[in-house]
Design a protein around this ligand. Sequence first.
Ligand SMILES: Nc1ncnc2c1ncn2[C@@H]1O[C@H](COP(=O)(O)OP(=O)(O)O)[C@@H](O)[C@H]1O
Ligand SMILES: [Mg+2]
Length: 275
Amino acid sequence: MDSKPGTPDKLVVENATKYYETQSGPLHAIDNFSMSVKDGEFACVVGPSGCGKTTLLWSVAGLHPLTDGKVLLDGEPVTGPHPQIGMVFQEANLLPWRNLTKNIRFPFEIKKVPPDEAHIEHLLDRVGLTGFGNKFPRELSGGMQQRAAIVRALSFNPSVLLMDEPFGALDAFTRDEMNLLVEEIWLETRKTILFITHNITEAVFLSDRVFVMSSRPGRLAKIFTITLPRPRTLDMLATKEVFDLVNEIKAEIEHRPPANEDASGQVSPVADEVG
Ligand SMILES: Nc1ncnc2c1ncn2[C@@H]1O[C@H](COP(=O)(O)OP(=O)(O)O)[C@@H](O)[C@H]1O
Ligand SMILES: [Mg+2]
């Protein structure tokens, strides 16, 4: 399925299979998973807990090898960490003994390259963290820590941003705020974003396309194209269109027909979390 015909593929996963070696034998995490993300596209992968989403993302980031298959960025194989790929994890992973400024500059110290101060200042301003540079992680809320992690990931100006359930630990209001912020940043920068979540509403809200992963070993079950206009608004989440989409995606994950209206016109409620 092609969301934007003619737009080149930025990121391609080809027949990805991953086994982990464990004490009780090989564990089959993902199986023959293929997907492609267009240049500038916002793609989400949803699937139940343990289906191999993080495994997939780490492979795309070049953080661990696939057992079989490959990942291509602009047509070139990704074989290790890549300067064009930024990553945001579920935990902000800030160093507790460094303040915000020093946390964001830490990757530059490791790589022994000077940070682009103007770009970092712009990003801090963009996510609402100007003036918080001297604060330590323990002084920042979970949402602010993830804002800092987004700044850190974008500070190298990568063309691809990978996000692994970055807002899974946040309360619902903060998650909404963060989703609005991520869409704004994406609309401004048009980075290619591959975002992992097990929250179907979040996936629908953010995505151009939602890639549904089966339970482990993770396989590609179905692709949904989301045609809601941009910028998206929280009001859209209360529409029948979104309700039906979320229901349909959840049914796909659970291998059941979508819930239907009963004789009284009532629709059975659907939880939007899977796993
Ligand atoms: N380093 C590892 N060694 C062995 N098994 C692992 C490792 N990482 C993940 N797994 C297993 O692989 C499966 C997929 O994990 P993961 O990719 O983290 O799933 P998800 O992110 O969808 O919750 C799970 O059964 C998990 O226990
Ligand atoms: Mg995970």
